[in-house]
Design a protein around this ligand. Structure first.
Ligand SMILES: Nc1ncnc2c1ncn2[C@@H]1O[C@H](COP(=O)(O)OP(=O)(O)OP(=O)(O)O)[C@@H](O)[C@H]1O
Ligand SMILES: [Mg+2]
Length: 460
């Protein structure tokens, strides 16, 4: 039975509440001061506390804070005969479910109690979800309940302790870098270095000297000997990111290391053996690059021994609530707001979003909601960048974020435009509840054009 604790020093007010709530079938208990109220709460058998702000022994606000620390699942409704707006705001900020000014009408109390109990049930559900984030769903900080992610975890665990080269592919923000780190952390090389090189960010000549090192005087600017990253990573893991854009000449050099684990510093003839595990990542389709003659076939086969494809977030919707909860816990802790939780409307909005920026975008959306959120509950309104209404607003007001993220990979214009078009159509459809006629109107295109585009983008 649902148990309500009445923490009210005034016997008359307590009596009224008792009469009212007993008729609704609640199990009731009473307390005269903060200490007497804390005891049953600490034991975990109270679902809701109705608490007067003038409670002896510290006051209702102090009781509220103690309850929040002790039993976050217990709901608290504050009652006050002299309540000001500031008090109410403060109470809500500290996680009260509601704040009622005395005297109150019976209906008011009943509504507040029902609502608070509903919220408490939601909180419990959230805790259950959190508990589900146990080892089965994660691999060294990588969260994923989707079967494809589970299969990836299995592969990573199986090969972690070998020196096998691992290729990680997937769209930007799907967790390639995170997985590479996890692989290193799970291997017996974990105490050795993890050296990351972004091969797409450096001009060719610099990249070579960065990776292989050089000897003094080998080229203009080589004023002293330099150890390359391969040597520096010896005993550990080297992570070569954005491997898909490298030149054929560079690919030949890479092939040599991948095959023989031997490097030569630029300008030197001495070969140096390196004991490294090589992990590579790309958001390009290498098979297609090989077919187009942009990527050496022999290198592709060498690095494609164990390959892992990170699925885009939109293809694993089951991971969205799990990841959202993971990020909520992380950012709530960082920003000192442990009370925060999602309302069902927020979870629905998260599930409906297309996530072109994948997990990175989700992470940013949640952090923003934690930082800017007013109360403990995150609702749909706290996720403004996901609200589909922005499409309609975009024609009159400037968009709040660029359509193409600054860090989005550079793709052929045609592909990039197609990607953006798809995202816009999906948002329009979501905004119109899947109604194609309305979506076409919103996008100011005729219906047959929309149907044509839906087919082309395989949107069903
Ligand atoms: N499965 C996951 N569990 C927890 N956090 C994740 C997961 N996947 C990604 N992240 C987080 O999302 C962000 C983006 O991930 P990451 O940098 O690994 O993506 P990426 O695929 O390497 O992107 P890029 O191609 O742009 O380099 C990181 O902050 C990472 O910690
Ligand atoms: Mg990365």
């Amino acid at each position: 039975m649902t148990k309500i604790l009445l923490a009210d020093p005034d016997p008359r007010s307590r009596g009224d509440l008792q009469t009212l709530l007993r008729t609704r079938g609640f199990d009731l208990d009473a307390a005269n001061d903060v200490a007497a109220a804390i005891a049953p709460v600490a034991e975990g058998d109270v679902d809701l506390v109705l608490c007067d702000t003038a409670l002896p022994g510290g006051g209702g606000m102090a009781l509220l804070q103690q309850i929040r620390e002790l039993q976050a699942d217990t709901a608290v409704v504050l009652l006050s005969a002299f309540g000001s707006v500031q008090d109410a705001v403060q109470a809500m900020q500290h996680g009260a479910a509601d704040f009622l000014g005395k005297p109150f009408a019976p209906d008011q109390v009943l509504v507040a109690v029902e609502r608070a109990l509903e919220k408490a049930a939601l909180r419990k559900e959230n805790h259950a979800l959190r508990a589900a984030l146990d080892d089965r769903l994660r691999l060294d900080n990588v969260v994923g309940s989707d079967p494809r992610m589970q299969a990836i975890f299995k592969t990573v665990k199986a090969v972690a302790d070998t020196r096998t080269t691992v290729l990680i592919t997937g769209e930007s923000g799907t967790g390639k870098t995170l997985l590479a780190r996890a692989l290193h952390a799970l291997s017996h090389r974990r105490n050795g270095p993890f050296v990351e090189v972004n091969c797409g960010a450096l001009p060719e000549t610099l990249l070579e000297s960065e990776l292989f090192g050089h000897v003094k005087g080998s080229f203009t600017g080589a004023v002293r000997d330099k150890t390359g990253k391969f040597e520096a990573a010896s005993g550990g893991t080297i992570f070569l990111d954005e491997i898909g854009t490298s030149s054929p000449a560079f690919q030949v050099k890479l092939l040599r290391v991948v095959q023989d684990r031997l490097v030569e510093r630029i300008g030197d003839t001495k070969t140096i053996p390196v004991d490294v595990r090589i992990v590579l990542a790309t958001n390009k389709n290498l098979e297609r690059a090989v077919a187009a003659g942009e990527f050496r076939e022999d290198l592709y086969y060498r690095i494609n021994v164990v390959s892992v494809e990170m699925p885009p977030l939109r293809e694993r919707p089951g991971d969205i609530p799990v990841l959202a909860e993971h990020f909520l816990r992380r950012f709530a802790a960082i920003h000192g707001r442990p009370e925060m939780q999602f309302e069902p409307s927020a979870v629905a909005a998260l599930l409906a979003a297309p996530w072109p920026g994948n997990v990175r975008q989700l992470e940013n959306v949640i952090e923003r909601a934690v930082v800017l959120g007013k109360g403990p509950d995150i609702g749909q309104d706290d996720l403004p960048t996901l609200l589909p209404t922005r499409i309609g607003a975009a024609t009159t007001a400037p968009a709040r974020e660029p359509l193409v993220a600054a860090n989005a990979p550079l793709a052929p214009l045609r592909d990039a435009l197609a990607h953006a078009e798809r995202a816009i159509i999906e948002r329009a459809l979501a905004h119109c509840g899947g109604n194609r006629e309305k979506a076409a109107k919103l996008l100011a295109i005729n219906r047959s054009t929309l149907f044509h585009k839906l087919r082309r983008h395989s949107i069903h």
